[in-house]
Design a protein around this ligand. Structure first.
Ligand code: NDP
Length: 286
């Protein structure tokens, strides 16, 4: 039987650390504040907004919720983001995506300054992930994968890792971050041949394909750690990319879906907010 790597204990440990850091900031007159921008009433957006708001409340951070109608003009949105850039009381901004089709997501994202870009919207932030230095933060889900592995005590250095998926939101940044921790990484995608064999050779598999149950018993062997990022809903229930029932009896450890990486992603968003508030407070003292 595998160790089930639940997200809740990791998020709890992160919440305790963040509450202590926020308390210290408050003693210096700074309360970390997150701006969440939502267009329309997409249920997934509302769910993430509520989770982030609850987590902020739990640790003592503030949230400013900014809601526009789904047909909001692009120029209005960009003007609002620029105001956030210049508002010293706001330390991070989460723009819920995907944006409605009439809006150019790239133009809007690029309006945000990398220092407040706590979920890696901008090219500048992505550049920092790849360069390992510079302003901005990695995508929260990619960082959440690292938090889960490191806080669960798994050695990354020298291990062989396979990442399934190469999106800029999860797959590619996770691959870079694992490599920065000295794993030897293979990045796979929909055109990869012999995916099962490549996965069987790995010590760590991170699956972010968004395909229900593609990681079957043929992909795994004893001793592996499986981080399942996929969230696949068929309307009735949610499953990950791994066929949990098939894989769990074989591997050493696996994250469940739901109940795995999702909650750690929210905790990571707030961690980036606090990092940003601390960095603003250091700069304002200089
Ligand atoms: P994308 O659709 O942008 O990317 C999916 C990637 O998986 C692509 O690179 C694609 O390859 C690859 N892929 C698709 N099918 C296969 C396959 N059969 N075999 C191998 N590779 C495949 O998705 P995201 O990166 O945005 O998200 C991935 C999953 O993670 C989704 O289920 C999403 O819901 C979930 N997610 C979870 C979060 C969380 O907080 N837990 C946050 C963000 C995402 P190619 O490039 O060739 O098309």
């Amino acid at each position: 039987m595998a160790e089930i790597l639940k997200g809740a204990p990791v998020a709890k440990a992160m919440a305790e650390e963040l509450a202590a850091r926020i308390q210290k900031l408050k003693e210096r007159g700074i309360t970390p504040k997150l701006a969440i921008i939502r267009l329309g009433s997409n249920p997934d957006d509302i769910y993430y907004e509520k989770s982030a708001t609850r987590f902020c409340e739990r640790v003592g951070a503030e949230v400013k919720s900014i809601v526009y109608p789904a047909d909001c003009e692009e120029t209005r949105l960009i003007r609002r983001i620029k105001r956030i850039n210049n508002d010293d009381s706001i330390h991070g901004c989460l723009l819920l995506r995907p944006l409605p089709k009439h809006i150019n997501e790239f133009r809007v994202s690029e309006a945000l300054c990398p220092e407040k870009d706590i979920d890696c919207l901008t090219v500048g932030s992505l550049g920092s992930v790849f360069a390992g230095k510079g302003a901005g933060f990695p995508p929260c889900t990619a960082q959440a994968v690292m938090e889960m592995l490191q806080r669960s005590g798994f050695e990354i250095q020298g291990k062989s890792a396979v990442v399934i998926g190469r999106s800029l939101v999860v797959g590619r940044p996770v691959a870079i971050m694992l490599q920065q921790e000295n794993a030897t990484v293979t990045m796979c995608h929909s055109k990869t041949e012999d995916l099962a064999e490549i996965c069987r050779r790995a010590d760590i598999i991170v699956s972010a394909a968004g395909q229900p149950r593609i990681v079957t018993k043929d992909f795994v062997r004893e001793g592996q750690v499986i981080i399942d990022v996929g969230i696949n809903s068929n309307g009735n229930y949610i499953s990950g990319d791994a066929d949990f029932d098939e894989v769990e009896p074989i591997v050493a450890a696996i994250t469940p879906v739901p109940g795995g990486i999702g909650v750690v992603t929210t905790a990571t968003l707030v961690k980036h907010l606090v990092d940003s508030a601390e960095s603003f407070s250091t700069k304002s003292k200089q």
